[in-house]
Ligand binder design. Structure first.
Ligand code: F6R
Length: 618
């Protein structure tokens, strides 16, 4: 949840602070209730931390004009233990300034350790679980005189999930990091090195990175990076090159990241589709390093994911079952793991995640692999845990998603799962080669269509502003429109703090219709009239039922659907698209609506209250 940055450089100057604060700016989506930096200087450690958003820390740093440094730690917090106050903000200090640490995760045995340390006379300055690690590290430093050895001793005492970064006053050109079940990536610079919760932390400085594994400790100086496991044995992590464009992590003229990322969507889809077809016109998914014989034997697919990513999985289910004739389930990752699911070596588990670090999804992946299932990760963030632990990874190429609520990653996830479905259909022969090519051609046309939808945003924004005082909104959809309705409701809840519910339109008469009353706003995602006849007709009847009770309908419908104009209050038309691919064009109007309504209410759309982008605790 929290964002962590570490830096060590060749000279004594302001660069460590600038890199740390710049990294925090890019990691704010991971937590934003307090922030802090620790600077390592030859004269000792210098810590500045503040409750509130990063701007408050930046103002404090500007006022304090901290000394030049050789290394720095940075932290942006999403509170778990202890309220968001100055004292609870990281870094935490051990040994009266001997060392400083930042932490992401939860130290589960913190209460026992706190008591033990208090009995030894340690006085705590905060309510956090993290501070116990700072004092343990200080004590271990006293005993070993070496920061890496002290970190190894410290992690041996901790239970739970953690990434820890530490600096010590006697080695101002060294940063040590440790990870267990919590993300940490190394950035390799030229005479300088970086650490980050994800590559966004250092992407503007280097694209060369190292993927740290579970239970590893890294020791970084300007010239060296050494990694050992928790037993102290040297290991050699896999290097990789980050293919994100550093400019993708700046607002680029848009007022917010969310606005920018909504506009990035045609590009995110196009990049996710890029380079997937060989010269013979066959779909190739090079990253899918699972034996074809194993994929042919698959008799069940289970998609595991959380939140928006799970809705992408819902869309995938419709497409995969239709194209591949493989029974497909979608399960929230946290429910999957604890219900003793029937999974075996013929089950293919597809784990969808933007961050690649969602703990619930990681645990589902581990559980599935323990049962013998093969796991394919559909992930956006390179170097993250889920693709590393899965049998194969299919990357979405949406670029960094900074706004906390997901937009472009959702459309890229849907696109990637279409590719997976088509690949399996091609492999298992459930679609003819020309059928696969026809769908791929339709997919190629989608970025322009999404561009057209977004070009019509003014109308949706106007509508949203006119509804800034609404109290509760319903979203209805059928077939692939159902997960789109769920996503529309989630976006509105997250961004505008408005009660919203998504329903399968067929469910209306089974209960939700009781909520329909004069003035209620109901969004309806209408299936194409060119698709299954009954679907379109049934949704039109739903709209009439809603109208008859005085509610106000806003429908998302396909261009040329004249019938819908006769029954709906407002119609937002989207380009004609094959039924299964329609979520790619019907979702953006709902994102734009939620974003604009939240803006009209004066809310921060990039960092909605209480949320963190990467949910790294269960
Ligand atoms: C909603 C949203 C969340 C995430 C969910 C999974 O806008 O962003 O619901 O989709 O927390 O996150 P990832 O995809 O990183 O596993």
């Amino acid at each position: 949840m929290c964002g962590i940055v570490g830096y060590v450089g060749p000279s004594l100057d302001s660069r460590p602070m600038d890199v740390a604060v710049g990294g925090l700016r890019r990691l704010q989506y991971r937590g934003y209730d307090s922030a802090g930096v620790a600077l390592a200087t030859p004269a000792g450690l210098h810590v500045v931390k503040r409750a509130g958003k990063l701007e408050i820390l930046e103002a404090a740093l500007f006022e304090a004009s901290p000394p030049p440094a050789t290394a720095a730690l940075g932290h942006t917090r999403w509170a778990t233990h202890g309220a968001p106050t100055d004292a609870n903000a990281h870094p935490h200090i051990g040994g009266q300034g001997r060392c400083a640490i930042v932490h992401n995760g939860i130290i589960e045995n913190h209460a026992v350790l706190r008591q033990e340390l208090a009995d030894q006379g340690v006085v705590f300055a905060s309510d956090t679980d993290t501070e116990v690690a700072a004092h343990l590290l200080a004590a271990a430093l006293e005993q070993t005189g070496d920061l890496t050895a002290a970190m190894l001793r410290t992690v041996a005492r901790l239970e739970g999930a953690f990434t820890l970064l530490a600096v010590a006053d006697d080695v101002p050109s060294t940063v040590v990091g440790a990870r267990r079940s919590s993300p940490l990536v190394v950035g390799l610079g030229d005479g300088e090195n970086f650490l980050g919760s994800d590559v966004a932390a250092f992407i503007e400085h280097t694209r060369q990175a190292l993927e740290l594994g579970e239970d590893q400790v890294v020791t970084m100086t300007p010239q060296s990076v050494k990694v050992v496991d928790f037993a102290g044995q040297e290991v050699h992590p896999r290097p990789f090159t980050v293919d994100w464009d550093a400019n993708a992590a700046v607002k680029g003229g848009f007022p917010t990241f969310m606005n920018k990322e909504i506009h990035d969507q045609p590009d995110a889809i196009a990049k996710t589709l890029l380079g997937r077809v060989d010269q013979a016109g066959r779909l190739q998914l090079d990253e899918l390093r699972i034996d074809e014989a194993v994929l042919r034997r698959v008799d069940k697919i289970v998609v595991v994911a959380c939140g928006t990513a799970a809705y992408a999985g819902h869309v995938a289910k419709y497409a995969i079952e239709h194209w591949c004739r493989i029974p497909t389930e979608v399960e929230l990752a946290h429910e999957f793991r604890y219900r003793d699911p029937v999974v075996d070596e013929k089950t293919l588990v597809v784990a969808i995640s933007q961050s690649g670090e969602t703990m619930d999804t990681i645990m589902a992946v581990r559980h599935a692999r323990d049962q013998g299932a093969k796991v394919i990760a559909v992930v956006n963030t390179m170097g993250s845990t889920i693709p590393r632990e899965a049998d194969a990874a299919l990357y979405t190429h949406a670029g960094p998603e900074i706004a906390v609520a997901s937009t472009k990653a959702f459309l890229a996830q849907i696109t990637a799962t279409y590719l997976l479905g088509l690949y399996l259909a091609q492999l298992r022969g459930t679609l003819f080669a020309d059928e696969v090519r026809a769908v791929l051609a339709e997919l190629e046309a989608i970025p322009d269509k999404v561009g057209d939808v977004i070009a019509g945003e003014d109308r949706i924004r106007h509508l949203a502003r006119s509804m800034a005082d609404i109290g509760s909104v319903l979203f209805l959809g059928r077939h692939v429109g159902y997960p789109v309705a769920l996503e529309g409701a989630l976006k509105l809840k997250e961004l505008a703090y408005i009660h919203a519910e998504g329903f399968a339109a067929g469910e209306l008469k089974h209960g939700p219709i009781a909520l329909i009353e004069p003035g209620r706003v109901v969004f309806v995602v209408v299936p194409s009239p060119r698709g299954r006849d009954q679907l379109h007709a049934k949704v039109l009847s739903n709209i009439s039922e809603i109208n008859a009770r005085g509610a106000r309908t806003v429908v998302i419908a396909e261009e040329g659907d004249v019938e819908v104009a006769g029954v709906a209050g407002e119609v937002v038309y989207v380009p004609q698209t094959p039924t299964l691919l329609a979520p790619l064009v019907t979702t953006p109007p709902l994102q734009i609506f939620a974003c604009e309504l939240a803006t009209a209410k004066g809310l921060d759309v990039d960092q909605p209250r209480n949320l963190a982008k990467s949910v790294t605790v269960e």
